[in-house]
Write a protein that binds this ligand. Structure first.
Ligand SMILES: [Zn+2]
Length: 123
């Protein structure tokens, strides 16, 4: 996956609510990258006193938030890949059109509601 900043975004036909999906995904992607950079910095100037971790931090481990961000980033990259491949909006599993309301709620969503629910229950 190349992160080419010069990629063409203007002519893409997919848009919802006047805001191109591509732009929505990209701005979220940038937010996540920024957050990841902050998470990755060791923060040696500030106190990173491990013994002062709250119970919740200890439970999740120090990297849980970063893993969350990385998982989200993968999802967004997938969606961008599908946008470029022209298969965006179709379920990655059954190929059916994904409901508009679902895409509005989360433009990175990859499955239709049926497949999604099936995955939740079989998990
Ligand atoms: Zn499906």
């Amino acid at each position: 996956m190349s992160a080419n900043p010069n990629i063409r975004v203007i002519d893409h036909p997919v848009s919802r609510n006047g805001v191109p999906v591509w732009n929505r995904l990209h701005s979220e992607r940038e937010d996540i990258c920024e957050a990841l950079l902050k998470e990755c910095s060791p923060g040696s100037e500030t106190q990173v006193a491990a013994p002062r971790m709250s119970n919740e931090d200890a439970m999740h481990g120090p990297n849980w938030h970063r893993e969350l961000l990385q998982a989200r980033l993968r999802k967004i990259d997938d969606a961008l890949d599908r946008l470029m491949a022209g298969s965006y909006g179709n379920c990655s599993k059954c190929g059916r059109w994904i409901e508009d309301t679902k895409l509005d709620f989360d433009p990175a969503v990859a499955f239709c509601i049926d497949c999604w629910e099936r995955m939740q229950t079989t998990h």
